[in-house]
Design a protein around this ligand. Structure first.
Ligand code: HEC
Length: 105
């Protein structure tokens, strides 16, 4: 018997999607919209949200972690995260979401 070779396809996903303006002022309201669209299936992203995955930290909790900083968070969001789907977030979208999460502090 000839065992078929399994091919492991490793695709590197480029996430440098720098579109639009490099606006310096983060827009937390826009971040809230993005969070509800992209993150709410797993994270509790707003005070009025009642349900999400049980073992995933709510944004309010993430914001209160020691060492939290919106800058670090925005950077984190540009990297694919284990268990988290790969978001095609632009740099300004990541900054907006970080600003939104920071507003929970
Ligand atoms: C498919 C479910 C899922 C989605 C959607 C999701 N996350 Fe997550 N997220 C997780 C899980 C699970 C973890 C914990 C990761 C781990 O322990 O490896 C996590 C961890 C994080 C952390 C780190 C928390 C910490 O404890 O430091 C941040 C920040 C975060 N997510 C932000 C986001 C943002 C922002 C979005 C939307 C753009 C998002 N997540 C969407 C599942 C998800």
């Amino acid at each position: 018997m000839h065992a078929g070779l399994k091919h492991l396809g490793i695709s590197l996903v480029a996430i440098a999607v720098l579109c639009g303006s490099e606006a310096s002022a983060a827009d937390a309201n826009h971040g809230a919209d993005l969070a509800k669209r992209w993150c709410a299936s797993c994270h509790v992203v707003a005070a009025e949200q009642k349900q999400a995955s049980a073992d995933v930290a709510p944004f309010a909790e993430i914001a209160r972690k020691p060492g939290f900083s919106a800058d670090k968070l925005a950077f984190f969001l540009l990297e694919p995260h284990p268990k988290m789907p790969n978001f095609p977030l632009s740099r300004s979208e990541a900054t907006d979401i970080a600003a939104y999460i920071a507003s929970f502090r």
